[in-house]
Ligand binder design. Structure first.
Ligand SMILES: Nc1ncnc2c1ncn2[C@@H]1O[C@H](COP(=O)(O)OP(=O)(O)OP(=O)(O)O)[C@@H](O)[C@H]1O
Length: 267
């Protein structure tokens, strides 16, 4: 993404953000409510048109030719319901056809088995529990074996056991397929576990960027949750003038530098 901006009338949801994501990595997008995470992901998928800037996914200009790459991408969010009256099987069939998959019956049987959904295939999606719905959403998100998987709070409202199960499945999928994952989450232990790198968003900007361990040490904290609170509240070592320290420690190129500048600007 380069200079990516989204304005809704007077509200600037995302402001001139730039980032690259390395193939095969899992990147976390963190930020408080309204920071711009969902808008960023929606622009990546082409669901929301940016006000300015550019997006390239797997060398395809998403704003001009997204149809060339959408079949290699998928998305999951518990906030997006599947059609309620269709059964699990019907829903997966619809999405599988949208992706133009061959041998769709076999693929549905395979993914249903992997996600423990076989006994639910004939049940309408509106009659599933939250955890079951999440497993169906995940099946939909993986049906085309995406190379880029976009996840918006994939474990929100799940019990700890089901959430752990979903995380393990995501880890296994990434390891097996070498997939690239972008994950917006408010769950810090989840981000620490899954992500190689974290981008911190605040008021539409990326204000810091690094591996979870790097951010924790840069802010002089014990957990990513503490770092999150520092960024959200504008407190802590890096926010209180540590941007230079952050840059020097990071020394990891343009994005970390931009994070530092954004912090200085907001100071
Ligand atoms: N369709 C819309 N029309 C107007 N404003 C919008 C619209 N969608 C989002 N916004 C605004 O854009 C900003 C960013 O919202 P966004 O949903 O991207 O944040 P978020 O980081 O995903 O938040 P959350 O963690 O609460 O889901 C917010 O101020 C929000 O009110």
């Amino acid at each position: 993404m380069r200079g990516l901006t989204k304005r809704y009338g007077d509200v600037t949801a995302v402001e001139a953000i730039d980032f690259d994501i390395v193939g095969g990595s899992t990147t976390g997008l963190l930020g408080g409510n309204g920071a711009g995470k969902t808008t960023t992901i929606a622009m990546l998928m082409g669901l929301v048109l940016p006000t300015g800037g550019s997006i390239s996914v797997m060398d395809v200009d998403m704003l001009r030719h997204r149809h060339r790459v959408l079949h290699r991408i998928n998305f999951e969010s518990p906030y997006v319901d599947m059609p309620m009256r269709l059964t699990v099987s019907q829903n997966l069939t619809v999405f599988g056809r949208l992706y133009g998959l061959d041998r769709l019956r076999d693929r549905i049987a395979e993914i249903a088995s992997a996600l423990d959904l076989t006994h639910l295939l004939d049940r309408p999606c509106g009659r599933l529990s939250a955890g079951q719905k999440t497993r169906v959403s995940l099946a939909k998100a993986l049906i085309n074996q995406p190379e880029l998987l976009l996840l918006d709070e994939p474990t929100a409202s799940l019990d700890p056991d089901t959430a752990d199960w979903v995380r393990s499945h995501l880890e296994a999928y990434r390891a097996e397929r070498g997939a690239t994952i972008l994950l917006a989450s408010h769950n810090m232990p989840e981000v620490e576990r899954l992500c190689d790198r974290v981008m911190m968003m605040k008021e539409g900007r990326i204000v810091d960027d690094g591996a979870p361990g790097e951010l924790i040490s840069r802010y002089g904290r014990d957990t990513l949750e503490d770092v999150f609170l520092d960024v959200a509240r504008g407190t802590g070592r890096a926010e209180a003038g540590g941007a230079e320290v952050g840059r020097a420690e990071a020394g990891r190129g343009a994005i970390a530098e931009r994070g530092g500048r954004a912090l200085q600007d907001s100071d």
